[in-house]
Design a protein around this ligand. Structure first.
Ligand SMILES: [Zn+2]
Ligand SMILES: [Zn+2]
Length: 135
């Protein structure tokens, strides 16, 4: 059994996985997240300071939710971040859509490379080709 001190309240708890936070604090954090998400929905132009003050959440926690793409800001929102790769302005996460696409593309091609080319489908088109060849 892995017993740890909760990072938030310091209480001992049975650690399973994820961040070292006890179930109570995890639940409280989840409630806080829902509150913040609601707040952002109702206050589309709220700044980070406003969210932190009105929801009593610290900006580090807020930033973590954003990096996890759990929070998203509307186009009206003054809140934006820089893509960690190219510095483009983004509203959530760590990378802009372009960089994400590029990364996904790289990942995909490295996945696909070892794969053998797919055999031709034996559909009606293929059999017609064979028919023409045999003429
Ligand atoms: Zn705790
Ligand atoms: Zn980028």
């Amino acid at each position: 059994m892995d017993v740890r001190n909760c990072r938030k309240c310091g209480k001992l708890f049975n650690y399973i996985s994820g961040p070292p936070i006890c179930p109570n604090c995890k639940q409280a954090l989840e409630d806080k997240f829902l509150q913040v998400r609601e707040y952002i929905r109702d206050n589309r132009t709220a700044t980070v300071e406003m969210i932190c003050t009105d929801c009593e959440v610290d900006s580090g926690q807020l930033r973590q939710w954003i990096r996890e793409e759990r929070l998203e800001f509307s186009d009206d929102s003054p809140i934006n971040f820089e893509c960690e790769n190219c510095g483009a302005t983004i509203k959530t996460g760590r990378y802009c859509q372009k960089c994400k696409n590029e990364m996904a593309g790289k990942l995909e091609s490295s996945f696909r490379r070892p794969e053998a080319p797919k055999p031709e489908k034996k559909d009606s088109g293929g059999s017609r080709m064979r028919f023409l060849d045999s003429k």
